[in-house]
Design a protein around this ligand. Sequence first.
Ligand code: ADP
Ligand code: MG
Length: 704
Amino acid sequence: MNFSIFTFMPRSNILAQRIEFIKGVGEAKAKVFAAELGVRTVEDMLQVFPFRYDDRSRFGLIKDARNGDAVQLKGILISLGRVRMKRGSRLKGAFKDPSGIVELTWFQGAKWLEETLQIGTEYVLYGKVKVYQGQKTIAHPEMETLAKSQQQSAFLPVYPSTTVLDKKNVGQRSRRNIVMRIFESLTKEDFPEVLPTSIAEKLRLCHRYYAYKWIHFPENEEQRQQASNRLKFEELFFLQLRILQTKKQREQKFKGFVFEKVGDYFNRFYKEKLSFALTGAQKRVMKEIRYDLGSEVQMNRLLQGDVGSGKTIVALMSMLIALDNGYQACLLAPTEILAQQHFLSISESLKGIGVQCAFLSGSVKGKTRGQLLMMLKEGHIDILIGTHAILEDPVQFKKLGLAVTDEQHRFGVAQRAKLWTKNEHIPPHILVMTATPIPRTLAMTTYGDLDVSIIDELPPGRKPVATVHRREADRMRIIKFMKREIAKGRQIYVVYPLIEESEKLDLENLDQGYQELLNYFPLPEYQIAVVHGRMKPRDKDMEMNRFASGRAHIMVATTVIEVGVNVPNASIMIIEDASRFGLSQLHQLRGRVGRGADQSYCVLMTKAGLSQNARERIQTMCRTNDGFEIAEVDMKLRGPGDIEGTQQSGIVELKIANIVNDVQIMQTARHFAIEILNKDVDLKLPEHEILAREMNKLKSKNQS
Ligand code: ADP
Ligand code: MG
């Protein structure tokens, strides 16, 4: 028996065959598939999974069909024939079910239909009904003989499509037929197991053959579920295996400096300088970091903690451990202002301990810069704090032991990698900090090669920021509220959006807002500081300082203050045009207040006409202060493709798993991947041979 679906190719290894050799595909269609969906082989074709199913177990009646309804009908074709038109002709038919008659029309590509459709035969028909002057018509219906349709599953796959595919007559029906034809010549042998039996058994995964078959043509919900579980697990498992193997192999290749002791710098700071007790979470994280620094492995740790949770102290104490062991440390911040602020506060807290701190950014130039670089190279500077400028090649350390980056989401993977090259032989330990909570799935993927520490506790006495949504009509009430709070000695941020394409317009908005505020808050009684991205760093700093020192009551700013600025007395954040900000950005901004002991407020101002998406963002902000909850909602609203970092990690290319919804499966996959790699990192054991093979296959696929 020869079931070959191919016009002339041999039956062996069907999955690797090119699709143009499948009967009914051909060269032209194959080209369209390749260009539109990247589908070249039979396997590619099977890996374009349906995104939903049409339930074809139910039939409608012609008499109930309304204009625009998509219906499935069961009945008899009672007539078929060409009708001459001004130009060419069209094919028309009549279809009858127990309740009535509907007209069918085909405008193009109808020649073969004319030849295959048979009057008097029972068909199952699917299409969209148009009613015109009482006459019901269906254009281009999908038709299948009743006999054949009864062999098909009730759930018909609906595949992701493109307008080009639709235009080139590769519609859903034709796609389905291609996949169905492929399965006609596939057997279980064509789907060898790629997972160790122990895992497949433990998780009761169905056979891969059924997984593929049922994902395309499930007979019931249970089959669909089983298929989807198996395929999602497989996909996430190999993703985790890849990420974690790279990490482990890297750890083996690069040794880390061993910081054996905690010495004077650390101890004196801890005993003499630290004015508060560390929170439980801070202590736990310090322990995790100290463990890393004392082991022989290079640390690559992500420190996650909501805004205001006290990451800086942790970074500082970690740097002091580096110093205690005879090494230098550096701290990178994404903006000049934030770097400055770190420099000032860290220099202040280290006063009298004998630590040399220095500041470096693009604005440090000429002689000062030259001198600084020399001192750094000779080891006279212990801690260097600054911006991206630190990454530049001329910036050389004598012995960099630890590099910290603040607000990692502002830095790319490439920049992190650059830090590795700051020493010749052994890379420094790396600590990256972020206040933008990373949804759990991302923590396991984009950041999956980092160990994660979480500060999940705020210092005592912090009150959640009360957040409200207000509109233009409430403006006067807001002004009064601002005056009351200023009278109590509080300070206020007023923030305007800044989006690059409309930078000019945004500045006008900011300026207009500033002028208006001047009317309500006149000099000399009130002082208003202004900061935006177009200002010279020096002017920015002057204005920042005016606010930070308490001389200005209000700070009007663009999002330059988004990150890290710390003015504990500022307790009110007013965000203008809040609907134009992303959710995580709003959360970051709100994090600027609520740092002191006073009750803090965040007011989200919006104009009329909010989109559904914007409304959800605003409502989420008003409902919760929990950064993790906000991050999850953010990801749902934006989709993973938009989330920073997903591009580099390859997770946007997931074929079936969903990064938002499949956290549970991802966790299980990660667990099994860790278990295997702990035993056998290079996948050399005989029982892991299939894994190694599959990994290689995926790797070569990714490169092609
Ligand atoms: P973030 O995690 O946002 O970088 P910071 O490190 O800037 O937070 O800390 C915010 C504020 O909380 C700072 O003023 C800091 O001195 C203070 N702080 C940090 N840890 C504690 C603590 N354990 N107890 C009280 N205040 C703390
Ligand atoms: Mg910070």
